[in-house]
Design a protein around this ligand. Structure first.
Ligand code: RP5
Length: 162
């Protein structure tokens, strides 16, 4: 078992039905990852510890999902220099617009790559792309796998109405 290179975290276990799609993509690309519940509001010290220690543990990309007052991705991004991908999790009220705005409106200097509301699969793919943009055998393997994935994606639309 390889050490995890992606940290997949969320504000609550209730986010998993959405965030699981990111894990599914990472599984598909055989990218080792860890999963954890880290809440900006309920476990602030745990969140800071996670963010400040992740790089030293070998994590290269963090995917952080939260709903409502979704401060987790931004707060984590403020305490690490790792790339952070934010996933706005839709809750019963406001359909995730609150989550989206909480995550996307970051002040200059603290970037969070925000995907669409509920867009955890794209968060997983973006993490794979970030890892593929590096150097070395693993990056090359992922680049080839992404090219294969993209080619297969074309087949899902081409010829459907020809
Ligand atoms: C957020 O509050 C979590 O990310 C979750 O989306 C939302 C609700 O959490 P629970 O009350 O279901 O634990 O912090």
């Amino acid at each position: 078992m390889s050490a995890p290179v992606v940290g997949l975290i969320m504000g609550s276990d209730s986010d998993w039905p959405v965030m699981g799609a990111a894990g599914g993509v990472l599984d598909d690309f055989a990218v080792p990852y860890e999963v954890g519940v880290v809440s900006a509001h309920r476990t602030p010290q745990r969140m800071l510890d996670y963010a400040t220690q992740a790089a030293d543990r070998g994590i290269r990309v963090i995917i952080a999902g939260a709903g409502g007052a979704a401060h987790l991705p931004g707060m984590v991004a403020s305490a690490t220099v790792l790339p952070v991908i934010g996933v706005p999790v839709p809750l019963a009220r406001l359909d995730g617009l609150d989550s989206l705005l909480s995550i996307v409106q970051m002040p200059a200097g603290i970037p969070v790559a925000t995907v669409s509301i509920g867009g955890a699969a794209n968060a997983g793919l973006l993490a794979v792309r970030i890892l593929a943009s590096g150097s070395g055998e693993e990056a090359e393997r992922l680049a080839v796998a992404l090219a294969t994935y993209s080619a297969a994606l074309q087949d899902t639309v081409i010829g459907k109405h020809d």
